[in-house]
Write a protein that binds this ligand. Sequence first.
Ligand code: LMG
Ligand code: NDP
Ligand code: PMR
Length: 399
Amino acid sequence: MALQGATLVPSSLSVPKEGKSCSSVKQSALFGVSLSDNLKADFSSSALRCKRELKQRSGAVRAETVATSAPAIRQSPVDGKKTLRKGSVVITGASSGLGLATAKALAESGKWDVIMACRDFLKAERAAKSAGISKENYSIMHLDLASLDSVRQFVDNFRRSGRPLDVLICNAAVYLPTAKEPTFTAEGFELSVGTNHLGHFLLSRLLLDDMKKSDYPSKRLIIVGSITGNTNTLAGNVPPKANLGDLRGLAGGLNGLNSSAMVDGGEFDGAKAYKDSKVCNMLTMQEFHRRYHEETGITFASLYPGCIATTGLFREHIPLFRLLFPPFQKYITKGFVSEEDAGKRLAQVVSDPSLTKSGVYWSWNKDSASFENKLSQEASDSEKARRVWEVSEKLVGLA
Ligand code: LMG
Ligand code: NDP
Ligand code: PMR
């Protein structure tokens, strides 16, 4: 099918399960994939082409098991050499900042077909073009995480496209630090937690089935976290601090009417809502790991990519903040990282053979070396993770 890649890999190759059976070096070599031109040409980056594909394929491909149609590794009948197709990675919020930089890093590696899951198609197309991502390496699909209908529609469209799913990156986020009153998603959840956590929760729960079907050697589900949700750090102690409390607001539906718009049931605070949403993200990753890692072999991971002080995340902040924040992070905290470097970090979590450990929250030290970071007490509380999971399931209609 469309995604069949062709390259030379070691014939001693075996399919690793969570980095146990296949050595890093082998896997790294194995990922050195190049695609033949006719296969590259099959990958589209335009909306029209995407729609045409949908029309042509709808029905027929709907329930196709992608793993059988696009085996990750094939042995050539001619010379017996084993080949690995390109990986297929979905990145939410790839129209700017970290998501865009990661899309670029992965696309440029030549080893990935990048599906940019974005709410604004034209913006995403322009962003991909101006980042210089070449057409054959990406496509754009519509996804608005602030609408659970849109999430379901995305999953449906993705399945109809017949593509395999090897890696999912839950990256998109909104941050509303200056909002005085809460705003809401289509279903009436406070916008930050609704988008950053609940939208991704439904998306990843649904797409888990698709990932299970993929026979790609190293499948990964990555949820972007942050230092500011971790109160075991200086940054996590800048007020307002993250705190999910007893989840009474979340359990009430975050609707700001008969329940608080905040997870802990308190007064609305946009900056806190964002930090709370990141705690939910990091707890969800760990709960995924506990529930599904052994059964599926999927690597579940989160990360703090560094302070990318120049991204669109701060678009709602006051101009003075936007002016001072980058130099503050660069020269004072020294936590600053460029969008490009942050994209490379996230790309490592996607495909570096040494980062296959599941249940980990990755960070990078001053020399830009990755390490397993420690989460705050709340962000590593397994009982809270289970409750966030269960309450979220109800809110998104999975339970
Ligand atoms: C809240 O305010 C807002 O109310 C909320 O709406 C939301 O925006 C939220 O997190 C976002 O912020 C919080 C913040 C406002 O208040 C504080 O941070 C007060 C400080 C509380 C102290 C935190 C306790 C943790 C322990 C701290 C120990 C102190 C150490 C300080 C020393 C740091 C260095 C090691 O604050 C602001 O909005 C200020 C904006 C901060 C970013 C810019 C800071 C500018 C500093 C000057 C930079 C100059 C440029 C450098 C140029 C270098 C040239 C060589
Ligand atoms: P950006 O604002 O640059 O990127 C956020 C992306 O999310 C954009 O593409 C945006 O789309 C998309 N998005 C927002 N709402 C929705 C929605 N409803 N549906 C679909 N997509 C949506 O911010 P960053 O790149 O900084 O943030 C990316 C991730 O990195 C976030 O998870 C953030 O929490 C995390 N992070 C960022 C740090 C930083 O310092 N910047 C530090 C630590 C973590 P659009 O372009 O249409 O607005
Ligand atoms: Mg923070 C010591 C290091 C450090 C780091 C790594 C960050 C990251 N911040 C640090 C320190 C401080 N910050 C200090 C000392 C202050 C008080 C002056 C401070 C303030 C501050 C503000 C007002 N910082 C912020 C804000 C924001 O609005 C950002 C935020 O909280 O968004 C939720 C932010 C951030 N600081 C960071 C990072 C990574 C952010 C971006 C938020 C994120 O994505 O989590």
